[in-house]
Design a protein around this ligand. Sequence first.
Ligand code: HEC
Ligand code: HEC
Length: 465
Amino acid sequence: MVIRNSFGLVVALIGADAIKAGIRHAFVVMTTMMGIAAFCCSTSAAAHDRADKQARDDMRTDVDALKAIRDGRQMFRMNTFGSEAFWGDALGLHEAIAGSSNGGVGPGLSPKAALSLGLKVDVEALPRSVRRAVQNGQIDLDDPGVTLQLLRLDAVVGVTGFFDNSRHIRSLGIQCALCHSTVDDSFAPGIGQRLDGWANRDLDIGKIIALAPRLDPLTTLLGADADTVRTVLRSWGPGKFDAELVFDGKAFRPDGKPAATLIPPAFGLAGVNLHTWTGWGGVSHWNALVANLEMHGKGTFYDPRLDDAERFPIAAREGFGHVRAEEEDLITPALPSLHIYQLALDAPKPPKGSFNGNAAKRGRTIFNEKGQCATCHVPPLFTEPGWNMHTPEEIGIDAFQAKRSPDERYRTAPLRGLWTHTKGGFYHDGRFATLADVVEHYDDFMDLGLSAREKADLAEYLKSL
Ligand code: HEC
Ligand code: HEC
């Protein structure tokens, strides 16, 4: 009886929907159902009413979690949170993409140019006929009209075009996946299957925003003219974005380099307390902040720390810590599943052969002992369980970025999946080009006295995480 009820519940909650979504999803659900059924079999052997109810309650939790993960995946990939009012309606980014030959402005953005700016194409969204045409060279990758076609197919990762009845693009919104997903290049460079949670270190988001014909919302916010704003945006470079710029208006560091930080991974976050390079808050805090204040979606956000007019002059003036949805709140209802999805994304394991196993084993001992790395990067989280924050002095770097955040500290970066984001370097601003450079920094700063071989072993271990 338990088994029949269980199947009924699973099918009712997710089964029919999943089967509609396609064979692959159905397979996942089938295997899940088989797992649950096997579990139920073992309990049904000792069947009595209480166990029966417990099993059903537990399974409902399992099914709800699975459903939340699937909803969250959809939010992460597809929800623009109403951000088209900003990127499209206000900035006119879609007009620059379309180009004058398609009713927009300027030369337009060809697929080739879009790929070179780090935008990615989801091969699963391309019909077989389109894939074949690309493979046969029958599609003109220099034609901005093709970019519009890709947008119509919902094939550009993290970007959604809105089209009118006569198939003209009328607006454009963005998603989390724009910065926090990439593709596996399985079809062609920049075209493949989605890898959610991976930092897109190819994405030159500054250059993309700089294409917009109208920058008024940003010039007003920053109190700078359009040329200056474009110069700042173009200074960021691939894989970087400056989330704090619209709070404090600081575009450059004291040494003249751009103030932008690297896009971090959004996987492997379960169990990690504070997030972002400077530990602004938990995953859900930052999700709400980003969706409201960075993506310019329509929602509600509260953080009175942004009222600090000395540290965050723009945010304080604009009331960024007290955002209320004027009409429908499109963000708050998405937060629970969005949160669960990110916690469910595990850090991917490094491919076989990408590191030397014996050296990594020796490196592990150095990490835990002589290198003292594990005092902060506590395995298996590789950050501190608890308040995972440190002063700039503790890690031997300058305080510029730390001071742009409420706690004036750097968050101990969780290290799993380092191999997925070697492009752009390490630490918040990519100041260390390689893992060997990071190790060199600690050896020097902490006076570790590591030999050349020990340093190499330690770097090999970092690659294995
Ligand atoms: C325009 C690019 C961009 C978009 C879009 C974006 N992010 Fe981010 N995200 C960043 C950058 C850059 C940081 C680092 C910010 C910092 O440390 O100041 C970050 C940090 C994060 C972190 C912290 C990860 C960690 O542990 O350090 C999470 C979680 C996150 N983003 C989730 C999201 C979600 C969810 C969305 C969609 C609602 C989103 N992001 C949209 C660029 C982006
Ligand atoms: C005092 C605490 C502390 C110790 C000890 C420490 N780290 Fe870190 N680590 C941090 C913090 C904080 C950051 C983030 C720096 C930033 O945001 O710029 C970090 C960043 C890193 C990064 C860059 C991660 C990324 O995503 O860019 C690596 C790699 C790293 N540490 C490895 C090590 C190794 C190896 C050791 C031992 C030799 C070590 N750490 C010792 C606190 C520590």
